[in-house]
Design a protein around this ligand. Structure first.
Ligand code: PAF
Length: 285
């Protein structure tokens, strides 16, 4: 293996120091592991844009709520390391929970106005956990660029706001969602789906595409469109949590004057929670 793995912040900084001294740019891909092609695509893009690529693998406890899947979240470190090595990742940061959150850790970051919308309504505290770990990882790695998947559109929007508001000197790149052949967005949690649930799961992306196509065809009644989509998801055997036509910049409900839109949706299928989105520009009629 040519991939180096470090588990402490000190070892990470010792590895990065000579790279920086030699004038290398550093791209960073934070992950929680159980890597699929979506993650590997982030690493490939990172490699195109920087001299060195650092990937972190840390299942962050503070972004899981009570009763969520922290204990069962798939942990596949050695397979992940092989995949990262095969595509030429330079450094894997694999810290323990106590390395990141020592016993006296007190600080938490909240991106108000974004943390409590959509996924934040049911996953209370989730986005504070995300904002805090991402900010910490940025301070630890100090990358020039960082890569995130667009599947987690709300997360990406929140991270952009975090970086802007706290003047963190990192450029954020969002990378297109990687999908299975039937449209299902790749996710580490897809592994929880039973065979029957896996067959039903693409309904989420289908309903998003249908709603987008109706808007592009001139539909202006967004609440009615959302209601119909929720109904069709239930008919497909999913339990939708939300289906919202939003303004891309703020993730607030879109008005018919808004041109840059994103439709965000989340649904449960058995014990699996799926999220997805489509974003697009409306052309003036
Ligand atoms: O998207 C994820 O995998 C996580 O939320 C992230 C950004 C690695 C923070 O733990």
């Amino acid at each position: 293996m040519s991939l180096s793995t470090v588990t402490t912040i000190e070892a990470l900084r010792d590895t990065l120091k000579p790279w920086r001294k030699a004038g290398n740019s550093v791209a960073f891909v934070p992950t929680m592991g159980n890597l699929h092609d979506g993650h590997l695509q982030l690493v490939e893009k990172a490699k195109e844009c920087a001299d060195k690529v650092v990937v972190s693998l840390f299942v962050n406890p503070t972004q899981f709520g009570v009763g969520e899947d922290f204990d069962h979240y798939p942990r596949t470190e050695s397979e992940d390391a092989k995949k990262l090595d095969a595509i030429g990742t330079d450094l894997l940061f694999l810290p323990s929970v106590s390395e990141i959150y020592p016993i006296n850790h007190r600080t938490s970051i909240s991106v108000s106005g974004l943390s409590d919308l959509h996924c934040g309504k049911t996953r209370v505290g989730h986005f504070d956990g995300v904002a805090t770990i991402v900010c910490k990882l940025f301070n630890i790695v100090q990358p020039d660029l960082a890569f995130f998947g667009e599947k987690d559109f709300q997360q990406l929007t929140l991270i952009r706001a975090l970086v802007r508001d706290l003047n963190i000197p990192v450029e954020i790149r969002g990378i297109e969602t990687v999908r299975e052949d039937d449209g299902l967005a790749m996710s580490s949690r897809n592994g929880y789906l039973s065979a029957d649930e896996r067959l039903a799961a693409p309904a989420l992306y289908r309903s998003l595409c249908q709603a987008r196509d109706r808007i592009l065809a001139g539909e202006q009644n967004y609440p009615a469109l959302e209601k119909r989509a929720m109904l069709s998801l239930r008919e497909a055997g999913l339990q939708p949590e939300y289906f919202s036509v939003c303004r891309q910049s703020s993730l607030m409900p879109a008005s018919t004057n808004d041109m840059e839109l994103v439709i965000l949706a989340a649904a449960r299928l058995g014990k699996t929670r799926l999220i997805d989105n489509v974003y697009f520009s409306k052309t003036p009629l």
